[in-house]
Design a protein around this ligand. Structure first.
Ligand code: SF4
Length: 329
């Protein structure tokens, strides 16, 4: 992946972080570009074709260093809930991923001016002077690319300097080497998204298996990190109850559920326009053509099915531990 071409904005060609990422892709041909959008926003691009030959783009973000959390993401009780976009698009290829509906390009953008993101977040904390929750890059899986550029390590170090800041690093990766080298900090939530293996094989290509993810989270949990398990999206595919029941049993066999910081559970839901775009580029995925209902511009399962799914997941989790903190989206 990315061995052939890496696009680099002219302005950041000599930036030390650019050089750091490029040192990981020594074989790549470097193509200089004016602005990342010249490549990323090209009209007529075929998302699936691009994904099969995904390119890397190194760029500088010049505004919008964070966003207010949307209504369909859980805010975990924080009034000041934000997320940022240190990278766009992902090395994984989940069939339900909203990025396919949000962006016209599958190429991956890394913003190398990380200090600007950190400075803006510091200013935000000073401005609100209350606890701030910052989810790092819902639009990618940063831990999976930590070897290219240590975004997670950098933000963990930053969070240790800001008592009002909690950061969330959400991942499906088993790549925990950099986490094991650092001291745990209560202002960091490591959030693993787990799915049954049957769903991983069918809908989460390129991601690690359930057991790899569980063993990774167990290691960091044992080291003292706060770990959240995200069951999101829960998919009502044929046989879903047996799949999720089996997955929760496996998790409870490997770790004591009470050791976890919390659970976050959400059923499949998708912005109307994103789903339409995804159906256009992934017409072979039956998941995207299920009989969802539209409410407030978001497609999801019927209310009855949602209730059944949430009730089922809660009951399965509470079979193993009664005292769990579970957030339902
Ligand atoms: S891991 Fe997350 S961001 Fe990456 S493809 Fe899957 S759903 Fe999308």
């Amino acid at each position: 992946m990315f061995k052939q071409v890496v696009y680099v904005e002219e302005e950041i060609q000599d930036h030390p972080n650019t050089q750091r990422v490029l040192s990981f892709f020594k074989e790549a041909v470097i193509v200089s570009i004016r602005h990342y959008k010249d490549v990323f926003n090209q009209s007529g691009a075929d998302w699936r074709v691009q994904k099969s030959a995904q390119k890397l783009i190194l760029a500088k973000r010049s505004d919008q260093y964070y966003y207010k959390g949307s209504d369909i993401t859980p805010s975990f009780g924080y009034r000041h809930f934000y997320y940022n976009t240190l990278a766009l698009n992902c090395v994984y290829d989940c069939s339900y991923c909203y990025l396919q509906g949000m962006f016209t390009s599958a190429h991956m953008v890394l913003f190398v001016n990380t200090n600007d993101f950190i400075t803006a977040t510091r200013q935000l904390i000073q401005q609100v002077n209350e606890p701030v929750y910052m989810a790092l890059s819902y639009d990618t899986d940063l831990l999976a690319i930590e070897a290219w550029y240590p975004y997670c390590a950098e933000w963990i170090a930053f969070s240790k300097t800001e008592p009002l800041l909690t950061i969330e690093i959400r991942t499906k990766s088993g790549n925990i080497q950099s986490l094991l080298k650092q001291e745990p900090h209560p202002g960091v939530v490591l959030a693993w998204t787990l799915s049954p293996d049957e769903i991983i094989m069918q809908h989460e290509p390129l991601t690690p298996s359930l057991m790899v993810r569980i063993r990774a989270l167990r290691k960091v949990l044992d080291k003292g990190w706060r770990v959240r398990v995200c069951l999101d999206p829960v998919l009502a595919v044929p046989g879903w109850k047996a799949y999720y029941s089996g997955m929760i049993r496996t998790l409870a066999t490997e770790i004591q559920l009470g050791q976890l910081d919390s659970f976050s559970v959400g059923v499949f839901r998708m912005n109307r326009q994103f789903l339409k775009n995804m159906q256009g580029s992934r017409s072979d995925s039956p998941l995207l053509f299920d009989r969802y209902v539209l409410e407030n511009d978001v497609y999801s399962y019927t209310d009855d099915l949602q209730k059944e799914m949430y009730g089922f997941i809660r009951a399965e989790l509470e079979t193993y531990c009664q005292d769990l903190k579970i957030t339902f989206t």
